[in-house]
Write a protein that binds this ligand. Structure first.
Ligand code: FMN
Length: 191
């Protein structure tokens, strides 16, 4: 799936859960790293810290920290732990702390790049963050924001719940635009 334009990649990206065990090639890992590194960040602070878990030991121990609902992720051939701390990025008035925002931008870019490469890159919140920190040696003062579950698409959906199987084939519905996209003034709808 190389050569998607951005709109195609936006359409094709999905939080898919049926993975194969095929390893992600080093060259593709390099392309994902590039997508993260070139992402925008406040004052170019680049607050993200990423641990690419690809070895059997790190992958195995991180998989041991997954929530039960994320059993599907145990087939991943790569998991990227994303950590950051508030002090590493802009903090402005009104509690505008940009470290989480900037990590989100970088991972959004990684997700689109992964899609173009024919990979699944699915961020999750369902894991034990303290366990992940401990097994990967992430310093205490960092927050493990997400694990990005990565790999090639597979065919065996036996690790998915019925709800997850349904989501696999159909993108979960979005809120009506009138609820969160406004024109000129809060609450007035765009179209
Ligand atoms: C911050 C974040 C946390 C998420 N946590 C989980 C999770 O723990 N388990 C899971 O299966 N999906 C998780 N997802 C995937 C979302 O459920 C999915 O993106 C959403 O339903 C929209 O579907 P789509 O991405 O395929 O369009 C998470 C997504 C994000 C961005």
């Amino acid at each position: 799936m190389i050569g998607l334009d951005v709109a195609e990649a936006v359409d094709a990206r999905r939080a898919r859960r049926v993975l194969s065990e095929r390893r992600v090639e080093d060259e593709k890992v390099g392309t994902l790293v590039r997508a993260v590194r070139l992402s925008a960040s406040c004052f170019n602070n680049q607050p993200w810290r990423l641990v690419f878990c690809m070895g059997q030991e790190s992958l195995g121990t991180v998989k041991g920290a997954l929530a039960k609902g994320n059993t599907w992720a145990t087939r991943a051939s790569m998991i990227v732990a994303v950590a950051a701390k508030v002090q590493d990025d802009c903090h402005l008035s009104d509690e505008r702390n940009y470290f989480l925002f900037d990590c989100g931008l970088a991972i959004g870019q990684l997700e689109l790049q992964a899609t173009e490469l024919g990979l699944i890159a699915h961020p999750i919140a369902g894991f034990d963050p303290l366990k992940v920190k401990a097994v990967l040696g992430i310093p205490e003062d960092y927050t493990v924001i997400t694990l990005v579950i990565c790999g090639y698409p597979g065919t065996d959906d036996s690790l998915l719940s019925d709800k997850q199987k349904e989501a696999e084939t159909q993108r979960p519905e979005r809120r009506p635009k009138g609820e969160n996209i406004f024109l000129d003034r809060w609450g007035s709808s765009l179209a």
